[in-house]
Design a protein around this ligand. Structure first.
Ligand code: ZN
Length: 169
C-alpha cells in the first residue's frame, strides 16, 4: 500500500538519528557513485545536448556535483577511507551486484579479508586458509560493531595494517 505524504512531510521524518545518518551515508555513497559514472559517460559525449545545461543528464550531473564536490574539496578521500571503504558492505545489499568489498572477518584474531581475486567472498572459510596459518577462526561477514571497534583503535598503525590485509581494491 502506498502511503500519502502531506506537504512538508518526508519518508525520513520518523527515523532515529542513527537510522537517519545511515540513510545519509547510503545516499551519499549512491550520489558519489552516480556522479562518477555520469561524469565518465558525459566526457565521452562532450557535445551531446543530453549532457548540456538544458539536458536531463547535464542537470542530474550538476545536482550530484553540488553534493559531491564540497565534501570532496573538504575531505579528499577522507570519507571513503573513514567509512565507505568498509561500510558499503553494510549499507547496501551486495548479493546480486558486487557492491562493497565483501569483507570477511575472523572472530578469533580480528583479521579482515576482502573478496578474493575471482570475486568470491571468504565468509565461511577457515582463517587458517589465509595469512594466519595457526588461527582456528571461521570467517564471518562484517558487522557494524567491527567498524565501531575500528574507530576506537584508529590511532594504531598496527590496526590499519591488519585491516588492510587481503583487501582487493
Ligand atoms: Zn583468525
Amino acid at each position: 500500500m502506498v502511503m500519502e505524504l502531506k506537504w512538508g512531510e518526508t519518508p525520513w521524518d520518523g527515523m532515529s538519528r542513527e537510522d537517519l545518518l545511515r540513510e545519509v551515508q547510503r545516499m551519499y555513497a549512491a550520489v558519489n557513485a552516480a556522479h562518477s559514472v555520469m561524469n565518465l559517460v558525459s566526457l565521452n559525449q562532450p557535445d551531446h545536448l543530453f549532457w548540456g545545461k538544458e539536458g536531463s543528464g547535464g542537470r542530474a550531473l550538476e545536482m550530484t556535483r553540488q553534493i559531491d564536490e564540497p565534501l570532496r574539496e573538504r575531505y579528499g578521500d577522507g570519507i571513503h577511507n573513514a567509512l565507505l571503504r568498509y561500510a558499503l558492505d553494510l549499507l547496501f545489499d551486495g548479493s546480486t551486484y558486487r557492491i562493497g568489498s565483501g569483507w570477511a572477518v575472523c572472530p578469533v584474531c580480528g583479521d579482515m579479508y576482502g573478496r578474493r581475486v575471482d570475486g568470491v567472498s571468504s565468509v565461511g572459510t577457515p582463517c587458517s586458509d589465509h595469512l594466519r596459518k595457526d588461527c582456528s577462526g571461521i570467517l564471518r561477514p562484517l558487522e557494524w560493531s567491527d567498524l565501531e571497534t575500528a574507530a576506537e583503535d584508529q590511532s594504531s598503525d598496527d590496526f590499519k595494517l591488519k585491516k588492510g590485509m587481503g583487501a582487493i581494491e
